[in-house]
Design a protein. Structure first.
Length: 254
């Protein structure tokens, strides 16, 4: 029996104005198709990845981008998984999530700096956190929804903490569109995705569930269950309110 790999995943929601055409959901979810060469390949999932050493460093040490900005008696493991989820959102699809709104001047200066750097090398997560002078905070925008653990029968197992974020103006930036055109910094139609994925799409959860049931797409069990849960919430506000009400699960047993 193999030990599960610690990992994080983030469900990204964006608002939509076309509620009636969207099965009366006021949001869409980012689904990404994993490359066939990967574990669970050819399935639709949410941005996800393994915990890295730097995720701990971001919490504990400002030298790698984040300074410790949480009290010592809080659950450090929880914050590591949340920091990883925020990093994954950028690395998998170029979306940088902020704990606090970013001013127009800061946004302009940071994206200008990143634009210059991008001409010389590929932008890393560390580059982005430094450009925006970010420190880790327990963002209220990023909320825990579920923990999943692969069954013991699987050769490759994951212990995954899953979070939800509903994108709100000034609390995120599409780095890759923003460095080319400041006015397009919140454009979510043109995402730069990681090599681990072949395709992405925005869709309401009911649509994805129907596609799965009709065998038009593939999803593994955890993503099927999460998508099924999301169908119960017609508005992102209702989902966020519910998750905040039930509170975050404990990470102590990890």
């Amino acid at each position: 029996m193999s030990l599960p790999i610690k990992s994080s995943s983030i469900i990204i929601l964006r608002p939509t104005k076309f509620v009636e055409k969207n099965d009366f959901y006021d949001y869409e979810v980012l689904f990404m198709k994993r490359s066939v060469a990967l574990p669970y390949g050819n399935t639709y999932s949410f941005p996800s990845g393994a915990i890295q050493k730097d995720d701990f460093a971001y919490i504990r040490n400002s030298s790698t981008g984040f300074a410790l900005n949480v009290s010592e008696n809080q659950d450090l493991k929880y914050h590591i998984f949340k920091a990883a989820a925020i990093r994954i959102a950028y690395e998998d699809c170029g979306i940088m999530i902020f704990s606090n709104p970013v001013s127009e001047e800061n946004m302009k200066n940071s994206l200008s700096s990143l634009a210059a750097k991008s001409k010389k090398s590929k932008l890393t997560y560390k580059d982005v956190t430094r450009a925006f002078d970010l420190q880790y905070e327990d963002s209220e925008e990023v909320i825990e929804i579920m923990r999943t653990v692969s069954p013991m029968s699987r050769k490759l197992r994951y212990d995954t903490q899953i979070f939800v974020v509903s994108l709100t103006k000034d609390y995120y930036v599409n780095v890759h569109t923003g460095i080319n055109d400041l006015a397009q910094r919140e454009d979510l139609e043109k995402l730069t995705i990681a090599d681990d994925y072949d395709f992405y799409m925005w869709a309401n959860p009911n649509k994805m569930l129907k596609m799965y049931m009709n065998k038009e797409i593939e999803m593994d069990l955890p993503h099927f269950l999460l998508t099924n849960i999301l169908t119960s919430f017609k508005t992102s506000t209702a989902l966020v309110k519910y998750l905040k009400k039930i509170g975050r699960a404990s990470c102590r047993e990890r």
